[in-house]
Every structure is written in structure tokens, then in C-alpha cells.
Ligand binder design. Structure first.
Ligand SMILES: [Zn+2]
Length: 338
């Protein structure tokens, strides 16, 4: 089995057994070290347990076959799917071919998953079929399916009604909030939780995709590896194409404002920004203040509550001082938003 990042996971094919209410035919072996630890050979009788009552896994070998050349399990030199050379990474093996069909399908399945774009009726079987029929190669292709209704109908066992339902749920997925879209893109370390966090501060794809690593790190809960992974994705040709293709399909690229939840530390405050800032582009800091409940205006007046002052400020600083408006520097601003 090959995952969305190319990790090759050995899976045991079992004689079907009934276990805790379901029929079990396959069990994960996690990695190739695990196979050695258990000493499993093809044809062995094994003890299977359901981890957390859900995932079947092999606990031990009950009756072992005599070792022979035929029944040993070897580490994969090549990806079982695309036959590309596999690379070792610790205990796991990876296929490094980004176009590997198994990986592409795994990413597509994940994209449509309930916690991501939540596209009803698109599971592993359908993705395999769509891929096999050359109808879908990337995320954007899903949204082009409505122009290929005739070909969808020809895919076996898909009736008119189910095709229309499928197209309807794909169309509905265009309106998912940015947090879901971001979580769906299989960016390393960027899952649902990180995506929700990120889109609190960066409420549209443009600001998120051009965010600087250092600014991402100011967000509580975003570590350096994640920030780097995100920046790398948006700077890569692949990442940029993924985003622009989805944009072209009319997929929503914004995060609706949250009514509650995020700490609205600038709620009700009118804020002016002046001078050159080290950590923010002007648009970024405006976005950030807005997302924290503040209102950003261009000029200092008696209605201004706060002036954020960078290097070499102009007349705004003088004006603020004369009006008794509170002035903070960038350092203080960073402390307040922490
Ligand atoms: Zn492969």
C-alpha cells in the first residue's frame, strides 16, 4: 500500500475471518522492521487483534511456516505501484515519484475526505475508477467532471441519478472554507488543526500563500517545521499550479470571519499603522488587526485608539502625540498579539 506522501506500508492479505462484527481480510504491518520483529512469512497462521476496536493488526505468529526462499518477505526495492525505485527513510520506505498513481489516488481520496473537502460519495473505489478512466489526474479535474457527464455515465454501475448527485456534491465543495481546502492539499504537517489556526490570521489564499516564514512563526502553535513546509509548498511550481488551477475552477479561497473563538484583542479599536515594519508587509498587518477585531484607518484623528509605529514614521506620530493617542512600536505589537 502506498500513501499520499509515498510511504510504502506492508499489508498482510489474510484468509477472511469474522472479527468483532466485521470481516477482516487485510491487516497493516506498519513497516518492514515490524515484519522482522514478528518473523512473519507468507502462509503463516497469525493472531489478529483490532487496535482501538477498529484497525486490524497482527500481534504474533501462531504457527510458522518453515523458512524457504519462497515465503520470505523482502523490503521493496521498487514501488509496488509505479515500479519507481523506493528510498529508505528510517524504518519506512518511500516511493519518490510524485506522479506515482497510488500516491495521486491517495491524495485525491484524502482531498475528498470528510474532514477535508467533504465530497459525498467520492471514496477509494470511485477515485480508482476515475483515475483508471483518465478522467481525473489532479484536484482541479474533479471540478471539471461536470463537463464530462457522458463519460461518467459510461463508467460501469453509475446510473444517471448517482452521477448527478456526485456532480452536485462536487459543486457544493467549491464553497468550503479556506481552512478545509488548506487541510485537503496534503501539505506535510498541515492538517485540520494547523489549517484552522493559520486561516484565523490569513483569511485568504493570497495572503497565506505569500506569508513569510517569520510571521507564520508568530502564530502560537505553528512550529518551524510546519512553517517551512507551508512556505515550501507555496513556493514550489507544483503548489502554485495546484492553487491557481483550483482558483480557475471557482473554488473558494477565503475563510469566513469567525464570530467567536479567536481572541478579538483589538475588538472595537480604531488603529493606524505608520512607518516601516520589520516583520509585516502593510497588507499583512492590516489583515491581522482586522482578524483580531480591530479597524484599520489611514489617518490619525481623535477617533484613533492606537498607533502602531514602525521605523522612520512620518507626521502621523506627531499628530498622535498631540492628540494623546496611545503609540506602540512593532515589538510591543508582537507582544500584544501573542
Ligand atoms: Zn510509486
Amino acid at each position: 500500500q502506498v500513501g499520499k506522501f509515498g510511504t510504502i506500508t506492508p499489508v498482510a492479505e489474510l484468509e477472511p475471518i469474522s472479527l468483532a462484527g466485521t470481516t477482516v481480510k487485510r491487516a497493516t504491518l506498519f513497516n518492514f522492521d515490524q515484519i522482522e520483529r514478528l518473523g512473519i512469512r507468507i502462509g503463516d497462521t497469525v493472531l489478529v487483534e483490532k487496535a482501538g476496536e477498529i484497525i486490524p493488526q497482527i500481534i504474533e505468529v501462531v504457527k510458522s511456516q518453515k523458512p524457504s526462499k519462497k515465503n520470505g518477505i523482502i523490503r521493496p526495492e521498487f514501488c509496488p505501484d509505479c515500479k519507481y525505485r523506493a528510498c529508505q527513510n528510517g524504518a519506512s520506505w518511500r516511493c519518490i515519484n510524485r506522479k506515482c498513481p497510488a500516491q495521486v489516488c491517495a491524495r485525491l481520496i484524502f482531498f475528498c475526505g470528510r474532514n477535508q473537502m467533504d465530497i459525498d460519495g467520492v471514496g477509494p473505489l470511485l477515485i480508482d475508477k476515475l483515475y483508471g478512466a483518465n478522467l481525473v489526474r489532479d484536484y482541479a479535474d474533479l471540478f471539471k467532471l461536470k463537463t464530462k457527464r457522458e463519460r461518467l455515465l459510461k463508467l460501469d454501475r453509475t446510473g444517471e441519478k448517482s452521477v448527478d448527485n456526485l456532480l452536485k456534491s462536487i459543486e457544493a465543495a467549491k464553497n468550503r472554507p479556506l481552512a478545509r481546502l488548506l487541510a485537503a492539499l496534503s501539505i506535510k504537517l498541515v492538517g485540520s488543526t494547523a489549517s484552522k489556526l493559520l486561516t484565523k490570521y490569513y483569511t485568504d489564499m493570497d495572503s497565506l500563500s505569500t506569508a513569510k516564514e517569520i510571521n507564520l512563526l508568530h502564530i502560537d502553535g505553528i512550529g518551524p517545521e510546519l512553517a517551512w513546509s507551508l512556505v515550501e509548498f507555496f513556493e514550489s511550481k507544483t503548489g502554485q499550479r495546484v492553487v491557481s488551477d483550483l482558483k480557475l475552477m471557482g473554488v473558494n479561497m477565503t475563510q469566513p470571519e469567525e464570530q467567536s473563538g479567536s481572541k478579538q484583542i483589538f475588538a472595537g479599536l480604531t488603529i493606524v499603522v505608520t512607518g516601516t515594519l520589520k516583520n509585516f508587509k502593510r497588507d499583512e498587518i492590516k489583515q491581522l488587526i482586522t482578524s483580531l477585531g480591530g479597524k484599520v484607518t489611514g489617518a490619525v484623528s481623535k477617533n484613533t485608539d492606537l498607533l502602531v509605529c514602525g521605523d522612520s514614521p512620518g507626521s502621523k506620530l506627531e499628530k498622535a502625540k498631540s492628540l494623546g493617542v496611545e503609540v506602540i512600536d512593532e515589538q510591543e505589537f508582537l507582544i500584544r498579539i501573542k
